[in-house]
Design a protein around this ligand. Structure first.
Ligand SMILES: Cc1cc2nc3c(=O)[nH]c(=O)nc-3n(C[C@H](O)[C@H](O)[C@H](O)COP(=O)(O)OP(=O)(O)OC[C@H]3O[C@@H](n4cnc5c(N)ncnc54)[C@H](O)[C@@H]3O)c2cc1C
Length: 504
């Protein structure tokens, strides 16, 4: 269901125009929250350290290519999906087209297309049929539970009552979700006798790594159920690059009277007891605000407060960053592959660190993204950040050697599973966790959100300050375009609740 606002500045009889909200960071979470608040008439100023919006879901231009920095697959645009609802509410027509194949899984020379039906997967792993039936039922219930916002983690009695009404009153089957609420995906697979099927487990682990940042032994079963639904709920190609979504949100904020200011890095937060007063920026400005939203990890927020990072909640951090290759490639390689997204997995060994790659190419007809006859290609693999920073501390030469070694390993696996790529590479640019720290301001370049190992050890938008809220993939429900937009709605609710209190 989509809300309609006849007079945006006075939703629910409330005039928001006297309140000023500063949003630190123009990632998708920050922009979505800012756009919703600007639409509700609040004065909104987004301060972004970089010269372009989007962060992990941004674009950058290099040597005639427009690369997706991180995110490459558009999701959440299905009817009633978080992006579809957001676009409807803000009057944004997203430049998206459905992808016939979400991505192609390749391992040991075999290919499996993941698309809107589970038939291909069941044909490849026939014993898994009952698992997918149950996954489909669970995902349907979870999608319905999250419709119109999910009040999680609970912060008040009305939240608890709302969840009860949605879950128990509205959806009788939801009670059955309770049995998996604290189990792992591996426990769930075991109930179907699939926990010893190594090929299938490797396939599931590969899917979970890119969605919940953990493999089946650690991932929470309910998080896994919804993550495994991604190809079925549909994926979309974003024309012009995923960064177009951020650009359109920034334009919406400005249309509604807000401002998005680039090259404006916040370096300090001014606070007194439980109140945030304003921010200071690297160029010497000081800005006051009634409400502040931080599109940051909790670690990075603590740095702005001048506090040493606290031990994170158990399971809150994935501990992952990413190693990336940005390649200019001949179009022909992807014509032969028949798909624009591939997930390439090594035969054995731990996933990540160049043993699992996600490969995405700009579409063949997107002439604005690459020189004629070529594609802008992004390859990512999970990587632990600490060794990169240690290497850098020991000297630039060691760090560069490590970068070269990773580049070689990633390309070797690419050529092994996609021989058509060999000889098609025209240019190579690598990025490491050190680059991610620089690009997103996230301490140690932690990207991809928290590891979804528990439904209960999660951050929500609230912080130690009454008028400062978090947004982005560090808060529930976590990473991805739909994840951060869903989280942003929750942040907006709490901001509006706080706005009412300020006026009392
Ligand atoms: C490699 C990779 C691949 C991914 N692939 C996909 C995918 O295919 N599909 C999908 O749906 N999701 C994908 N994701 C996840 C998705 O991109 C992220 O979950 C989401 O974009 C994170 O948004 P965010 O709001 O947390 O903000 P971020 O992206 O973290 O943005 C934060 C912004 O704040 C700015 N900032 C930080 N500190 C300051 C400061 N002090 N002052 C001012 N500005 C500041 C940063 O410059 C940045 O622009 C991927 C992520 C990665 C890393």
């Amino acid at each position: 269901m989509t809300a309609k606002f006849e007079n945006p500045s006075s939703v629910a009889g409330m005039d928001n125009s006297d309140l000023h909200c500063i949003v630190i960071g123009a990632g998708l979470g920050g922009l979505a929250a800012a756009a919703l608040l600007a639409r509700r008439g609040m004065q909104v100023t987004v301060l972004e350290a970089q010269s372009t919006p989007g962060g992990c879901a941004g674009n950058f231009v290099s040597n005639g290519y427009r690369f997706d920095a991180g995110a490459t697959v558009g999701c959440g645009f299905h009817p009633g999906g978080p992006l579809e609802q957001l676009g409807h509410e803000l009057g944004i027509e997203w430049p998206v087209t459905p992808e016939p194949v979400a991505w192609q899984y390749r391992r040991r020379g075999r290919k499996l297309d993941l698309c809107r039906t589970r038939e291909g997967i069941i044909a490849r792993f026939p014993r898994s049929a009952s698992f997918w039936e149950e996954q489909s039922r669970m995902a349907e219930m979870l999608w319905r539970l999250s419709e119109n916002g999910l009040h999680w983690p609970l912060t008040s009695l009305p939240d608890l009552a709302g969840l009860f009404l949605k879950g128990v009153g509205g959806l009788p089957g939801t009670v059955s979700l309770a049995k998996y609420a604290t189990g792992t995906a591996h426990d769930w697979l075991a109930t179907h006798g699939l926990d010893t099927m190594s090929d299938f487990i490797r396939f599931i682990d590969a899917q979970l790594m890119i969605s919940v940042q953990a493999t089946s032994r650690e991932a929470n079963a309910l998080n896994a159920a919804i993550a495994l639904d991604l190809p079925v709920s549909g994926t979309w190609h974003v024309r012009g690059g995923v960064g177009r979504i951020a650009e359109l949100l920034a334009a919406s904020i400005e249309k509604d009277g807000g401002a998005v200011v680039y090259n404006k890095k916040v370096i300090r937060l001014d606070t007194i007891r439980r109140e945030a007063l304003g921010v200071e920026t690297a160029d010497g400005d000081a800005l006051a605000a009634d409400i502040i939203i931080a599109n940051l990890t909790p670690d990075s927020l603590e740095q702005l407060e001048g506090r040493a990072p606290e031990r994170a909640k158990v399971g809150i951090r994935s501990g992952w960053s990413a190693f990336m290759l940005y390649l200019g490639m001949d179009s022909s390689a992807f014509r032969m592959a028949g798909v624009d997204h591939l997930q390439i997995i090594s035969s054995d060994g731990r996933l990540g660190e160049c043993q699992s790659l996600f490969v995405s190419a700009s579409a063949a007809d997107e002439l604005s993204r690459a020189p004629s006859g070529q594609r802008a290609v992004t390859i990512s693999t999970h990587s632990r950040p600490e060794p990169w920073f240690e290497a850098l501390r020991s000297g630039r030469a060691g760090y560069l050697r490590m970068k070269e070694r990773y580049t070689r390993q990633a390309l070797d696996l690419l050529y092994e599973e996609m021989p058509e790529a060999e000889g098609a590479v025209r240019s190579v640019k690598a990025a490491t966790p050190v680059s991610w720290e620089r690009w997103t301001g996230r301490r140690l370049g932690y990207v991809g959100g928290y590891a979804q190992t528990s439904l209960f050890d999660v951050y929500g938008p609230s912080t130690r300050y009454d008028n400062l809220f978090l947004v982005g993939d560090s808060i529930f429900p976590g990473q991805s375009l739909p994840g951060v937009v869903t989280g942003a709605r929750r942040t907006v609710e709490l901001v509006l609740r706080q706005a009412r209190k300020i006026r009392l």
